[in-house]
Design a protein around this ligand. Structure first.
Ligand code: SAM
Length: 217
């Protein structure tokens, strides 16, 4: 039932993303399913299907839909994969990724602000996303106990690629991460036996990654 609510608005949002960005059918289908309005505070509910970030409290934001779509396509997510999200915020991006990896896959979402993590957990549970695990902690250190990961994505800007995230990525795995402070660049990182290859995607704007391997508090 919750998945049917506001479906027409979601269709319009997804069609626009397809036209303007050429996002893949798989990502479009996942975003069509996830009710973004349930991940934003009630006072922003009527803006949930516009393509911009919205405040979620504690000085943080839910990323704009186009950024979620781009990151999902860059990650090339497949059913059955184990994925780490650093900077889980509202849990919306994790829900879209959960749709893409399916019930046989798993998403580990780390958020440093306990209140946001708690709210995300409640929303995800109420929608039946049992393949998302919500962890409170410093995601710049990764999450060793579930490593290695097929995919890692970071939704806050880091000063550089955190070494623990490289270590916790599988050989053949991919990571998407924004790097920089004022001017930030989104990178796609691929890991093979010899190390990592960094490819620049373009300029982006994210809140800072705060923590041991992020910006210091
Ligand atoms: N992907 C989120 C969503 O769908 O709502 C939006 C993420 S928001 C742009 C970035 C989040 O990263 C914030 O909630 C912030 O608290 C979190 N964050 C910043 N540094 C972090 C760290 N070291 N570990 C975990 N979370 C962190």
């Amino acid at each position: 039932m919750k998945f049917d609510e506001r479906i027409e608005e979601r269709k319009r949002m997804v069609e626009k993303l397809k036209e303007e960005l050429g996002i893949s059918e798989r990502v479009a289908k996942a975003m069509l399913k996830v009710p973004r309005h349930l991940f934003v505070p009630p006072q922003y509910s009527n803006e949930a299907y516009y393509d911009y970030p919205l405040p979620i409290g504690y000085g943080q934001t839910i990323s704009a839909p186009h950024m979620v779509a781009i990151m999902c396509d860059l990650l090339d997510l497949l059913p059955g994969q184990k994925v780490l999200e650093v900077g889980g915020g509202s849990g919306y991006h994790a829900a879209v990724v959960a749709e893409l990896v399916g019930e046989g896959g798993k998403v580990i979402m780390i958020e440093r602000i306990p209140e946001l993590a708690e709210r995300a957990k409640k929303t995800l549970r109420s929608l039946g996303y049992d393949n998302v695990e919500v962890i409170v902690g410093d995601g710049s250190e990764g999450y060793e106990s579930e490593a290695p990961y097929d995919r890692i994505y970071v939704t806050a800007a880091a000063p550089d690629v955190p070494e623990p995230l490289v270590e916790q990525l599988k050989i053949g795995g991919k990571m998407v991460i924004p790097i920089g402070s004022e001017i930030q660049t989104l990178y796609v990182i691929e890991k093979d036996e010899k190390g990592i290859k960094k490819k620049r995607w373009g300029s982006v704007r994210f809140v800072p990654l705060l923590g041991k391997y992020g910006f210091r508090l």
